[in-house]
Design a binder for this molecule. Structure first.
Ligand SMILES: Cc1ncc(C[n+]2csc(CCOP(=O)(O)OP(=O)(O)O)c2C)c(N)n1
Ligand SMILES: [Mg+2]
Length: 483
């Protein structure tokens, strides 16, 4: 098992355990440099998965970087799309492209989008970013391999918070039902998600019992012990009869003291000072050409900026109304107005807010911040937009005023049918906030941009749609829609 030349079937390179450990450390370093250059991205979850990424790409999976569409290759589905940079450095370390290239992460036009997009980067099997869909894709691929009598394996990498998505369990049921022993799932059990500890947001354990009851074989490993990881992956390949899940116990932010076990480092990038400290802790000082890489990223960005500037309409000269100092507008993000309204109006006992594991970012947490008496009307639902939408309909039918929200693409698109049937056709009063709408989440990549939600929502009966342009409008719109 290893990197293989698909033409000659010869092994290109095999790695010893110490070599895999060294590669995982190096990959952590490149990952952090890329995040630093991007100024955004997910440090915590990429560091927790890195040992597994190294073992998977450099040891366990059969693949050929020179032939990404080799029909006999093992497929690796990166369901936890926000861990994309770990996937990119694993592909770079395997030889799909120079590792240095990853430094253009998240920049306009770069193939290294904030979430994986397979049409942009050879080696990426499928586009992901909306959590909970990968295991279904992997199930489809495993069924296809069975139909065609192929013997390659399908690996699917997921987060532990991701296990809250109901779709994961639909796929788990299907894979168990069809005895898909060519399917190997790996769960990065780092015990954290965005809103805090998984056990507090929405308990997913005991995963062994849960997967076993769906007909899976289960293995539990220390996800930072390279020998255990390699043995588990090898063993999983050899098991027959049923699908296998490897539950990997990990630490979010692993390897960097100030990131370890810190929910705040979920979606944060290190600045230059933090990067240097982190590389020191990883034993990588002077082992990565940081200055050269960062300059490469800056050059890429300058080129993007120039192209954007050239593409903009220009006036022949500056006027007071387009260049005057006093004409510059500073605006608060729209989502802030949402939180302000919830803070102001949340005293109304009918209001119930539902958390979807992105609470501080979209400011729905302002409903209870500093007001602990409101926590009894705060319900953490986990990463489960579809169920939460229908639950909100249930609350509304009982006279509550439910409020829920997430990124627009998850709260007003992923759950379209639940909104249509549970909420709209019953004409129930549910307030749905879609933050980061439109193309505004550019660096997060195509799978996070919400465009379709607007026309989808406007086509629904009994649905009022408001698109505010600033925080003040958002506050007033929320006031109006809420009460
Ligand atoms: C359907 C969907 N809802 C919400 C999000 C936003 N989101 C990105 S990562 C994340 C938390 C994931 O937690 P976990 O699976 O434990 O991954 P970790 O970062 O801890 O490895 C959330 C809610 C998303 N990407 N997709
Ligand atoms: Mg997690």
């Amino acid at each position: 098992m290893a990197l293989r030349d698909s033409g000659t079937e010869k092994i290109i390179r095999s790695y010893s355990i110490p070599e895999l450990e060294a590669m995982a450390a190096l990959m952590r370093g490149y990952n952090l440099v890329a995040l630093c250059a991007a100024g955004s991205g997910h440090a915590g979850g990429t560091l927790s998965i890195m040992d597994i990424a190294a073992a998977l790409y450099l040891h366990a999976a059969e693949h050929d970087p020179a032939n990404p569409s080799w029909p006999d290759r093992d497929r690796i589905i990166w369901s936890a799309g926000h861990k994309a940079p770990a996937l990119y450095v694993a592909l770079g370390a395997s030889g799909y492209f120079p590792l240095d290239d990853v430094v253009t992460l998240r920049k306009l036009g770069s193939p290294f989008q904030g979430h994986p997009h397979w049409l942009k980067l050879p080696g990426v099997e499928i586009s992901t970013g909306s959590l909970g869909q990968g295991l279904s894709i992997a199930t489809g691929m495993a069924l296809a391999a069975k139909m065609d009598g192929q013997s390659h394996r399908i690996f699917c990498l997921m987060g532990d918070g991701e296990q809250q998505e109901g779709q994961v369990w639909e796929a788990a049921m299907e894979a168990g039902h069809f005895h898909l022993d060519n399917l190997i799932a790996i769960v990065d059990c780092n015990r954290l998600q965005i809103d805090g500890w998984v056990k507090d947001v929405m308990q997913v354990e005991p995963l062994e019992t849960r997967y076993a009851s769906f007909g899976w074989r289960t293995l539990r490993v220390d996800g930072h012990d390279m020998r255990q990881i390699v043995e588990a992956l090898d063993k999983a390949r050899s098991m027959t009869g049923d699908p296998v899940v490897i539950l990997a116990e990990t630490t979010k932010g692993k390897g960097v003291s100030f990131m370890e076990d810190q929910a705040a480092w979920h979606g944060k990038a290190p600045n230059r000072r933090e990067l240097d400290t982190a590389l020191g802790e990883l034993g990588l000082t002077k082992k990565i050409p940081v200055d050269r890489l960062l300059e490469g990223a800056a050059k890429f960005q300058r080129e993007v900026d120039r192209e954007l500037r050239d593409g903009m309409p220009h006036f022949s000269r500056d006027y007071w109304w387009n260049a005057g100092e006093t004409m510059k507008v500073t605006m608060e993000p729209t989502r802030k107005g949402f939180g302000q309204s919830l803070a102001n109006n949340g005293g109304d006992e009918r209001i119930v807010c539902l958390g979807l594991d992105i609470s501080a970012s979209i400011t729905i947490s302002d409903f209870y911040n500093g007001k602990p008496e409101r926590l009894k009307r705060w319900i953490s639902m986990g990463i489960a937009e579809q169920s939460a939408t229908s639950a909100a309909a249930g609350l509304a039918r009982e006279g509550k005023l439910p409020v829920l929200g997430s990124y627009a693409t998850f709260s007003a698109a992923r759950n379209l049918n639940q909104i249509r049937v549970s909420v709209c056709y019953s004409s129930l009063n549910v307030l749905i906030a879609g933050a980061h709408g439109g193309v505004s989440v550019g660096p997060d990549g195509a799978t996070h941009q919400a465009l379709e939600d607007l026309f989808a929502m406007q086509g629904l009966p009994n649905m009022a749609v408001v698109v505010p342009c600033d925080a003040i409008e958002t506050r007033k719109a929320t006031d109006y829609l809420l009460l």
